[in-house]
Design a protein around this ligand. Structure first.
Ligand SMILES: [Ca+2]
Ligand SMILES: [Ca+2]
Length: 243
């Protein structure tokens, strides 16, 4: 059944054309190079708008051996959800999207340089089980740096969902997490990130690149209070536009 989910999805993504009006009808944004994501949880797990975290991590360092990966336990890393190597982070929580250029620091922490103008059009809060957004690949951060490295040809990509950022080092229960790959098979690793060629216009979907299963949210929590389907990465598509 999964195979038929994408046709209407792709037509909904504003990929065609090289410019886009803002929702207010204001300035036209020129963005010939774009990266779009459509992300779905299952029908019985609507996107949680009151605290759960949906993180989309992209690494433009041309090293496909170092992540990004999920954080599955307590952490001091400020973003709290994604670790390993990555340089761009899109985070959705509580109806708000944030985008950062991320620099890993030698002491195990990070700096997150916000890029509030990185979306081609400001994405709406989630309703139902879908998140989608389009980044300008040539966007700059608030400090004037490029969001994505100029000339990047590949991105290492992982999506990570989590119900919380766990800070307590004495709390060794695994929080609830999903990430690329089958969490039922690999409870200790941080997920099967992928490396995608972004040199030309194309669309990747989860079936072709990672085969992301449903029902593989990992947790050791036994309270029954976490809505696991709302964290379950089920379908996604990643599209590149070059025009
Ligand atoms: Ca997974
Ligand atoms: Ca999943």
């Amino acid at each position: 059944m999964k195979l038929f989910k994408y046709a209407p999805l792709f037509f909904a993504v504003p990929l065609l054309g090289s410019c886009s009006k803002s929702p207010s009808g204001g300035a036209t944004v020129q963005a010939p190079n774009r990266l779009s994501v459509v992300f779905r949880t299952p029908a019985n797990g609507p996107i949680n708008n009151s605290g759960y975290i949906y993180s989309f991590a992209f690494d433009d360092d041309d090293n496909s051996s170092d992540g990004p990966v999920a954080i599955v336990g307590p952490t001091t890393v400020p973003n709290g959800v994604v670790a390993g190597s990555f340089t761009v982070l899109v985070e959705y929580q509580g109806g708000q999207y944030n985008v950062y250029r991320r620099t890993a620091l030698a002491n195990g922490t990070e700096t997150l340089d916000p890029a509030p103008g990185a979306f081609v059009t400001q994405p709406s809060p989630a309703s139902g089980n879908t998140l989608n957004f389009t980044l300008n690949l040539d966007a700059t951060t608030s400090s004037g740096a490029r969001l994505f490295r100029a000339g990047a040809q590949r991105l290492d990509i992982n999506f990570v969902t989590a119900n919380e950022r766990r800070r307590d080092p004495n709390d060794n229960l695994r929080k609830a997490v999903d990430t690329f790959g089958d969490g039922r098979l690999s409870l200790s690793s941080g997920g099967a990130y992928v490396t995608l060629d972004i040199r030309s216009t194309r669309t990747y979907n989860d079936t072709s690149i990672v085969g992301e299963p449903s029902g593989d949210v990992r947790t050791d929590d036994t309270s029954g209070t976490i809505n696991l389907p709302s964290l379950d990465i089920t379908d996604f598509a990643i599209s590149v536009l070059r025009s």
